[in-house]
Design a protein around this ligand. Sequence first.
Ligand SMILES: Cc1cc2nc3c(=O)[nH]c(=O)nc-3n(C[C@H](O)[C@H](O)[C@H](O)COP(=O)(O)OP(=O)(O)OC[C@H]3O[C@@H](n4cnc5c(N)ncnc54)[C@H](O)[C@@H]3O)c2cc1C
Length: 372
Amino acid sequence: MLVTTSRMDGITIDLAARTARVGAGVRGGALVQAAAANGLAPLTGSSPEVGVVSYHLGGGLGILGRSLGWAVDHVRAIDVVTADGVVRRATATTEPDLFWALRGGGRGTLGVVVALEIGLYPITRLYGGGMHFAADTVSRVLTTWAKWTRTVPEEMASSVLLMNMPDFPALPEALRGRLVAHARFTFTGSAADGARLLEPFRALGPVTDTVTEMPYAQVGTIHAEPTTPVPFYARNRVLQTLAEGTVHELLGHAGPDAGAPYLVELRHTGGALGRPGTEPSALGRRDGQFVLYAGAAAGPDELPALHADYDRLFGAVSPWSTGGVCVSFLSGPDVTATELASGYRPEDWHRLAAIKHAVDPDDVFCVHHGRP
Ligand SMILES: Cc1cc2nc3c(=O)[nH]c(=O)nc-3n(C[C@H](O)[C@H](O)[C@H](O)COP(=O)(O)OP(=O)(O)OC[C@H]3O[C@@H](n4cnc5c(N)ncnc54)[C@H](O)[C@@H]3O)c2cc1C
């Protein structure tokens, strides 16, 4: 059965409490706009198209994460319909096990979440945007970024995407039909400090540079991710460090001369994302400094070869991996149970299984994990 939540699109903002009550059908962009109209910001992720509920249930690695932590740490209450058909209100004091489990471990398996109540923050502006770099600069961008991320304050969030650009006449010649790097930056400190921090990248000669002072309401433009649905197959691993060797392996497998059929994205984590939240949740595993994500649009016939490519990429960077995944970025039928479990601490995984068994003993909400 497919449950469609798109009409559950209510957003109610409590200005005094700085919270929002968000219906199950609300997407990140709508929440950002509603909060911005009140001088506030939610801890949403890079894409305005992503559903707020599912994003939070997986953990939620947000743009403000390095300074404010995982989105899931800022959930105050969850209204959920469990397998027995009862609507329950899960908070730290009512249904505490369900509240713990849903936050980080609740995507699709524990019930249908009807609404979330989440904290908002008085952030109205930022210094951010993206820079594209041509193929011959990609290696230096990654090397510079790897060193730079060790030094930046928690108010600076960044990521680098390596992807093949289409051969569109509208694109700058240096980017057309080539693999390029897109570096994205979000800084909640002053524009002057942000510009100083970004000097090493501007010195590399970006082909495009949209980094500027902007209202927080425009945060969804920074990553410029696709808005149309595609059959996308992805895998990720958390990395402890981005050493010279990691960059070398990445370039070998997914750099300008590799001809990889997938894109690769690295997100800088750490900071508050590495610290426990004030209210414990299933998302207890918080080690690592980067998430390495690879993804591609593929048809069924292309999947075996794509998985073999992913095996090679992730095998090559395994010396620098924590052995875990970022649960938030897992999606689709190809996720294995072993892969999912590696996103959790063993004790959290066992507690999650026990809570699942208690609230849904007949596995009404069954999510099949297993790669063919
Ligand atoms: C372009 C893009 C950018 C992304 N950026 C980020 C990011 O910056 N940070 C991050 O952490 N993640 C990010 N993600 C991952 C994203 O958080 C997950 O893919 C998320 O599951 C998407 O949720 P959805 O509701 O949009 O999709 P859906 O396909 O509608 O939902 C995915 C699954 O979540 C479960 N689910 C959905 N709604 C409910 C509900 N009401 N109750 C219970 N279970 C439910 C279901 O199992 C469903 O199959 C990104 C994904 C994309 C596609």
